[in-house]
Design a protein around this ligand. Structure first.
Ligand code: SRM
Ligand code: SF4
Length: 581
């Protein structure tokens, strides 16, 4: 039996009109409930060779196993004309807490991407893991079996569960980083679905006699996706305010003493629906390091029981907090954890981007952060990036770390190997001195052609757009500076444009909403400046602002702070109230 029942009545602390538990559950709740702990009829569906896809419930259910059913949108119309089914294939997202992967594992996934996927790429994501795009149904089992063979899996990287747990990159730089990484791994394991469905379906595991139990997630799993990070200030490279739950490491004299816990961040919205908005996480207070798992569980189960299971657009923790009140949610968490939060400890975030290039760690080993544009590792004609990483993996004795900015760290390199690794990186275009700081501080989500929700280009649009921005920056003597610039192909916000200094949110092909005024630390949500404009119009808007920033900025003032100080846009203070004002 699963522990689905709340420990107290969900809304005995707040007004009854905020109770949504009596509303009809969404269809997602039905298929989760009927799925027999995530099995559905996936196994039978796999045998059906007539279609390249899964039936509708299974196509949703496979998400909780880490896959999305997609088709290539570039050739959709052409195939329809030929009376062919769309080119249905799956995207598979690996679980990689803290983004750590060994060279041996890398070589195995590199080979798989090359030989078994339609697109032949490895895509590093904004959540410190990688995706294969274009696996056909017939090859899915071998993909999972390969991952299993090398000690990886894709469980709970999608769907209504706790997703891949992020951790500030380069954990071996100090003891605090190491402890943070350990916590990220522990949280990932602790909150993982306990069903054997994954093992049975993909790894041909025996069905056990004992019934399945989901003591933390419940048999209906969570109301919506749930995202967790462990972050080590002053670097906010994981973008805490995009996440439901964040453990902010607090160190004293170089030793981790505990965490400030931030709850309820999230960036998605829906065009035209003002009940949806990006929201920053609230600081609940400080907890000792030893209590982190207990609090993680209490927060997840509170959201499990109090989250909106009727309307998926308002189901994330950020909306639960707004509906029941932050104080009430926090009180319930304390009740469940059996412990109160202590007053928060001071900390500061100063930056988000990765430190591209070499840094030396405490153990005298070196770490090389490679800038991977849009996280796409592919063998382009002029720069075989994917092969380059594979060549490094062949000689590298440390590990790789994927960052939440879609970059790759070659970690723990002995001084004696530094030159060899750099030589390979340069030869394959993985180090390119022409990359400007601007390019390195820009992000795009995947978008077309694989994302079914894309409204405008993002990944394929950004590189050329940055070339134009580079020219503008140079014109105003800003080549050695940068603006955090991000583009997402739709308002779901996978490229985290809603925490950018300049954010572009896809509205229609070639048209975007332009947001301004986030800050470099990632602690302010930008505001809508112009709606539904073309790329030329975007450039016409931002060039004069960049010129003015260059001319009138205060020392070290970022572009986002400048546009707020100059009243180009007013700051978003409390997005639940003022985001649409
Ligand atoms: Fe995302 C859905 C790609 C990070 C908010 N996201 C999707 C899907 C799976 C489209 C779909 O549902 O069919 C996209 C697949 C595109 C493709 O072809 O690969 C997709 N999301 C991505 C990635 C790959 C973007 C990237 O360029 O790196 C990121 C994968 C992360 C990972 O490894 O787990 C990715 N997605 C994010 C982030 C950023 C973050 O977490 O730091 C967000 C905003 C933060 C947040 O959650 O508020 C994000 N993705 C969404 C949403 C909106 C959720 C919501 O609250 O409403 C959707 C749509 C949904 O869930 O209904 C979505
Ligand atoms: Fe797709 Fe939209 Fe996410 Fe971009 S932001 S990957 S277009 S869902």
């Amino acid at each position: 039996m699963s522990n689905d029942k709340p420990t107290t009545h969900p809304f005995n602390l707040t007004s009854p009109q905020n109770d949504v538990s009596h509303l009809a559950p969404s269809d997602a709740e039905r298929f989760k409930r009927e799925s027999n702990f995530l099995r559905g009829t996936i196994a039978q569906d796999l045998e059906n060779g007539i279609t390249g896809g899964f039936n509708s419930d299974n196509s949703q259910l496979i998400r909780l196993h880490g896959m999305y059913q997609q088709d290539d949108r570039d050739i959709r119309a052409q195939r329809a004309q030929q009376k062919l089914e769309p080119l249905i294939n799956m995207m598979l997202r690996c679980r990689l807490p803290g983004g750590i992967i060994t060279p041996e594992q890398w070589l195995a996934i590199d080979k798989f991407a090359q030989e078994e996927t339609w697109y032949g790429s490895i895509r590093l994501t904004t959540r410190q893991t990688f995706q294969f795009h274009g696996i056909f149904k017939r090859d899915l089992k071998s993909a999972h079996q390969l991952l299993n063979k090398i000690g990886l899996d894709s469980i709970a990287t999608a769907g209504d569960v706790n997703r891949n747990v992020l951790c500030t990159s380069n954990p071996i730089e100090s003891e605090v980083h190491q402890q943070a990484y350990q916590l990220a791994s522990q949280i990932s394991e602790h909150l993982l679905p306990k069903t054997r469905a994954y093992v049975e379906i993909w790894l041909n595991g025996e069905k056990l006699a004992t019934p399945d139990q989901e003591p933390i997630l419940g048999s209906n799993y969570l109301p919506r996706k749930f995202k967790t990070t462990v972050v080590v200030p002053p670097l906010n490279d994981v973008d805490v305010h995009a996440n439901d739950l964040n453990f902010v490491a607090i160190a004293e004299q170089g030793q981790l003493v505990g965490f400030n816990v931030l709850v309820g961040g999230g960036l998605a919205m829906t065009h035209g629906d003002k009940t949806t908005y990006p929201r920053k996480a609230d600081d609940f207070g400080f907890i000792p390091a030893s209590e982190a798992l207990r609090f993680a569980e209490a927060i997840v189960t509170t959201q499990r029981d109090w989250g909106n299971r009727s309307n998926r657009k308002n189901a994330k923790t950020k909306y639960t907090l707004e509906r029941v009140g932050v104080a009430n949610f926090k009180k319930e968490v304390e009740l469940r954890a059996g412990m109160e939060f202590l007053p928060s400890k001071p900390y500061q975030f100063t930056q988000r981007g990765d430190r591209i290039g070499w840094v030396k760690g405490i153990d005298n080993h070196w770490h090389l952060t490679l800038f991977i544009e849009n996280g796409r590792l592919l063998d382009y004609a002029d720069k075989p990036l994917k092969s380059g990483v594979a060549e490094i993996a062949k000689i590298h004795r440390g590990d790789f770390r994927l960052t939440a900015n879609q970059n790759l760290i070659v970690a723990s390199v002995a001084a004696s190997q530094k030159a060899d690794i750099e030589l390979i990186a340069r030869k394959y275009g993985l180090i390119d001195d022409r990359f400007t700081l601007q390019r390195q501080n820009s992000l795009a989500c995947v978008s077309l052609p694989t994302c079914p929700l894309a409204m405008a280009e993002a990944e394929r649009f950004l590189p050329n757009f940055i070339t134009t921005i580079d020219t503008i920056m140079a014109k105003y003597n800003l080549s050695r500076d940068y603006i955090i610039l991000r583009v997402t192909g739709c308002p779901n916000g996978c490229g985290r444009a809603m925490l950018a200094e300049i954010g572009l949110v896809g509205k229609a092909p070639g048209r975007y909403n332009l947001y301004l005024g986030g800050n470099r630390a990632g602690t302010r949500i930008p505001r809508l400046y112009k709606e539904n404009i073309t790329v030329d119009e975007i450039l016409a808007c931002i060039e004069p602002l960049i010129a003015s920033w260059s001319e009138n900025r205060q020392a070290e003032e970022g572009f986002g702070d400048f546009v707020i100080r100059s009243h180009v846009v007013e700051p978003v203070i409390n997005s639940a109230i003022d985001f649409y004002q």
